[in-house]
Design a binder for this molecule. Structure first.
Ligand code: CUA
Length: 374
């Protein structure tokens, strides 16, 4: 290890290489010991604190990013209510924290050991008054937290009239999402479209392992449990694209198990709905699209048609209208090639096999065919 590495190691490990009497531990060649001990310790401490702060800043920088991934900027009723709860509990806990720390510091200073005082102070046990006070205060704080929590829980679970609700069956797979609209006979994947202002009843299904359905801008997480249907009612107050995430560690592709929610005004939503219900346009029999269709039938349909219950890939109906590939790559031909040739390099753990055996023309034809599905 070089000087710097040794220094960083000590700085971050909370290990003070100088003993209180000024001798050096080990063979660290970076420290000035003996006469200059005070200065060295002082410098080391400043560096250590500086380094820790920098490290924390770097880590916290990862917390900014996609604004639609923040619960602090709610765009739906459920998210707004939940943010109120966050603020309420944070406020209450801050009050408790400040009171406790104030008493703690006051007692530390007021009753500290003073010079010339070598007698044990008087010990007090079993003050009934104090016992009652510090039992009642936490109970009161918990009740203050429980009342709005229970109230909001019931409010959020209340189902709106069925005719005003859009029902969406969500299924979480390793590592993608399927969205079915039983009222409209639509099946899609990775991108879910909803009308602004309407209540959406998400019925959340699981097939393989535990996942968690989460759209931070619209509301809290819902567990995806195989063999169970959990429900959540969400809405969007304004049009926009909101990022969705899997919030349960579910395997190597977990961090990339993304989806998008497109909240649209009713007219745009109806347009999307109508487009989704249109049959796919037929392709000219001589074109490369037709060849692409043939390649698709031979290589892809087994998983992507939804006929094989054991191997299920996303439904690719209207695939060309989607903004992403596999929920994570921007949709363009270049990325589609990368995905087809080596899906694992994009999303580790995906069940999608490599389509690296097609020649250049075949791959282009397949992409042309996929691009025609809109
Ligand atoms: Cu699915 Cu994490």
């Amino acid at each position: 290890m070089g000087k710097t590495n040794v220094f960083v190691f000590f700085s971050l490990s909370y290990y003070d290489p100088i003993s209180d009497d000024g001798r050096c531990f080990g063979k660290t060649d970076i420290l000035v010991c003996g006469r200059k001990r005070g200065l060295a310790v002082e410098r080391l401490r400043i560096w250590r604190i500086g380094l820790l702060i920098s490290l924390v800043m770097i880590l916290l920088a990862g917390c900014s990013g996609d604004p639609t991934l923040s619960v602090l900027d709610p765009k739906g009723s459920a998210a707004k209510i939940q943010l109120n709860l966050i603020y309420w509990s944070l406020g209450l806990m801050t009050v408790v924290f400040v009171i406790v720390i104030t008493i703690f510091v006051y007692v530390l200073v007021r009753y500290r050991k003073r010079k010339g005082q070598d007698r044990m102070p008087e010990q007090v046990h079993g003050s009934t008054k104090l016992e009652i006070i510090w039992t009642v205060i936490p109970i009161a704080a918990l009740i203050a937290l429980a009342i709005p929590t229970v109230q909001y829980t019931f409010d959020l679970a209340e189902a709106p009239p069925a005719e005003e609700t859009v029902i969406i069956d969500v299924t979480g797979y390793q590592f993608w999402w399927e969205f079915k609209y039983p009222q409209y006979g639509i099946t899609t994947a990775q991108e879910v479209h909803i009308p602004v202002g309407k209540k959406i009843l998400f019925r959340v299904h699981g097939k393989d392992v535990l996942h968690s359905f989460w759209v931070p801008s619209l509301g809290g997480k819902v567990d995806v449990v195989p063999g169970r249907v959990n429900t959540v009612i969400l809405d969007a107050k304004e049009a926009g694209v909101y990022q969705g995430k899997c919030a349960e560690l579910c395997g190597s592709g977990h961090a990339l198990m993304d989806f998008k929610v497109f909240a649209k005004n009713q007219a745009d939503f109806d347009k999307w709905k109508d487009q989704m219900k249109q049959p796919a346009p037929t392709v000219a029999t001589t074109s490369s699209e037709a060849n692409g269709e043939k390649i698709f039938q031979q290589n892809c349909i087994g998983c992507h048609a939804g006929v094989n219950p054991n191997i299920q890939g996303p439904n690719l109906n209207k695939f060309a209208t989607r903004t992403t590939i596999a929920g994570v790559l921007p949709h363009n031909d270049e990325n589609l090639k990368i995905w087809l040739r080596n899906p694992q390099s994009v999303k580790p753990g995906t069940l999608m096999p490599k389509i690296d055996y097609l020649n250049k023309d075949e791959l282009n034809d397949l992409i042309k065919y996929l691009d025609s599905r809109k």
